[in-house]
Write a protein that binds this ligand. Structure first.
Ligand code: SF4
Length: 337
């Protein structure tokens, strides 16, 4: 690990002041950043430990939603009774991610900022445009089992690893930030980026900008939801494909639909056209098949991950069927039903 300065401010203004130079990283749970620093992939010159900032509460909003402080641990968020009852899709996604120990340390803000698990990003002996811009992409001629089928670019085919972000995309959460340009509210759809020709930039955060909270709107789709995660083993593995499905039904007809995919692109993947297509139709197989086809339009495998396309199609249909049937999803039982 390379030398870096370390500050532990107690106020947000102080943290922003400390972050005004270049080469700064905010440290919260550290479950990804510290590993990356040890591996010499992240090389900050200054680390600002934000764990003393007052960002650890979950509060009601005036509009009936919840504001989740950026430092709320993933496990506290998943088991918060308000989240369990009103936003069970979010609880399910959080409990599908990582291990219990990691969820105890990882924070809400940090979860959004975790970096890809592309094998080559972590292997300093191979070229990687995300780690070392302009060096090339070893994955394109390498092992592509875990890589993207949507939204990839010639420069990077990595996927975003977060489960939480997929549920937040379906719930249309907003990310609240503060930084050198003041406070901002960023829709979750605009928070992460596709790789394009700058795969080294994962999000639309500005330098020195700090996530302070995530806000959930009032509608939590608590009656009809599913988070379906398909992976190589049942626990402690990243998604090959995941689906966050949320429906609002009126007499078994779809009044509103949200579908977000994980494990398939550089950011949680949605297509409003696929969701609109379901509205006004019976909540059944025909509509779900049609929505899956639209959602996966333009999908393209890299060879070893071609299987993800039919897998995603079936997962979308299954998740929508589970949501429509209000299939019980115990937070302590993560078996796929
Ligand atoms: Fe790097 Fe992206 Fe290529 Fe992986 S897919 S090696 S992260 S550029």
């Amino acid at each position: 690990m390379r030398p870096f300065s370390y500050q532990r401010p107690t106020g947000i203004a102080e943290a922003l002041r400390d972050a005004s130079g270049g080469g700064v990283r905010f440290l919260a749970g550290g479950t990804n950043l510290v590993d990356l620093m040890r591996a010499d992939i992240e090389r900050p010159t200054a680390v600002i430990d934000i764990n003393r900032l007052p960002l650890g509460e979950i509060e009601e909003t005036a509009s009936g939603g919840l504001r989740i402080g950026a430092l709320v641990p993933n496990s506290d968020l998943a088991y918060d009774s308000r989240v369990e009852v009103r936003f069970p899709l979010l609880s399910s996604a959080l409990l599908a991610g990582a291990s219990a120990q990691l969820r105890n340390a990882a924070t809400t803000g940090g979860n959004l900022l975790q970096r890809t698990r592309c094998y080559y990003f972590y292997d300093l002996a191979t070229p990687c445009n995300k780690r070392d811009p302009g060096s090339g992409c070893a994955a394109k001629s390498g092992l592509t089992r875990i890589h993207a089928i949507l939204g990839a670019s010639p420069h990077c085919i990595a996927v975003h690893p977060s489960d939480m972000a997929v549920a937040l995309a379906a719930l249309e959460a907003e990310v609240l930030t503060t930084g050198p340009s003041g406070d901002r509210r960023i829709g979750i759809a605009d928070f992460h980026r596709l790789p394009g020709d700058t795969p080294q930039v994962d999000t639309n955060l500005e330098p020195g900008e700090l996530i302070t909270a995530i806000e959930l709107p009032a509608e939590g789709f608590a009656d009809h939801y599913s988070y379906l995660k398909l992976r190589d083993r049942l626990s402690y593995a990243f998604a090959l494909v995941s689906v966050a499905a949320a429906l609002r039904l009126e007499d078994d007809v779809v009044a509103e639909a949200r579908i977000a995919l994980g494990g398939v692109a550089h950011k949680p993947w949605r297509n409003p056209e696929a969701e609109r297509l379901l509205v006004g139709r019976p909540a059944g197989r025909d509509g779900f098949d049609a929505a899956a086809r639209v959602l996966l339009e333009g999908s393209e495998g890299q060879g070893a991950n071609d299987f993800k396309i039919p897998l995603a199609r079936r997962a979308i249909v299954r998740a929508l069927e589970q949501a429509a049937a209000a299939t019980p999803q115990s937070p302590t039982d993560k078996r796929i039903r």
